[in-house]
Design a protein around this ligand. Sequence first.
Ligand code: GLU
Length: 392
Amino acid sequence: MTADRKPITSHRRVVIKIGSALLVDRKTGLKSQWLDAVCADIAALKARGIDVLVVSSGAIAMGRTVLDLPSGALKLEESQAAAAVGQIALARAWSESLSRDGIVAGQILLTLGDTEERRRYLNARATINQLLKIGAVPIINENDTVATTEIRYGDNDRLAARVATMTSADLLILLSDIDGLYTAPPHLDPDAQFLEVIPAITPEIEAMAGGAASELSRGGMRTKIDAGKIATGAGCAMIIASGKTEHPLRAIEQGARSSWFAASGSPVTARKTWIAGQLLPAGELHIDDGAKRALGSGKSLLPAGVRQIEGSFHRGDTVAIIGTDGREIARGLAGYDADEARQIIGRKSAEIEAILGYPGRSAMVHRDDLVVTGTLQEHAATDEMNKDAAHA
Ligand code: GLU
């Protein structure tokens, strides 16, 4: 371990991806003892206040076992049917096993569109965040029953990385049957060296990833490195570790061999860079001085502080936030469509339900979706104006 690598327990939010082969045995089905052990590890993390999300593979493998399908490749509709059967069993297994530790599980099935389209992305994220808020563990998988070749992730490594970035997790752990990254595929090259720390995913690192995948899972080292690029680029560190031992998370903490990929920025910076980098805000929210002060202390923008709305935008679109002096203060993702937003400006959050007919979200722009692009302090703005005047 290097000085940079922190223990799992010093992270805030951890996404754990679990490969099919760890959970499901082709002959005997669910490996319930292993599952119970991993759930105990998850409970230990949660007891320390860490948010835990699980991306669990195994639906197709479980379905194959339940349906007693012969080994070998399945046709798309066969694997979709297997996933439909297996996902129920998988979700029940997670729910039962976590409940032994007093933890509630919530199932989330995502498709590629749910993470690529901004509005659906925000919806999925809001649900996941709410599950975390109530202390539940989201159990996430791709919705294999409706995903077809063109519109699917196909592997849960990259899905897990997207979930990690979507939820601003600071650590992604990929548990599979390989303990980490080697300079070459270890089963082919006796000189292959194990890499414990990967400070950055360079082209050389990418070249080290072979295409190998086991029969039960789709992801090989290739998709793990792809996942690493997604996660680390958004400020989330990644660990590849073997899940073959019982209590795999505890084993990592106790020094079991694993590869650690350093994050390349902080989660906030990556996300906010994306928001600030939107070229054309779809609208403007003109706010009062009270709201401006609230933004200055890192709070969300509430409807009460908005005086006027320009433009037509949808929830999730980027909007510019403008101060009473007409200057841009910040940018953020709108929490409401423009027509809804117009109805609730100047109103208290408690009044929203009566106006819109549904509870809505309390923030017009949530602080996680907001980046300051202008000046927040009055005197600084004045100084700048004075400078401008002096130069004029
Ligand atoms: N979503 C697939 C399943 O649950 C697994 C994909 C993967 O192995 O990465 O069977």
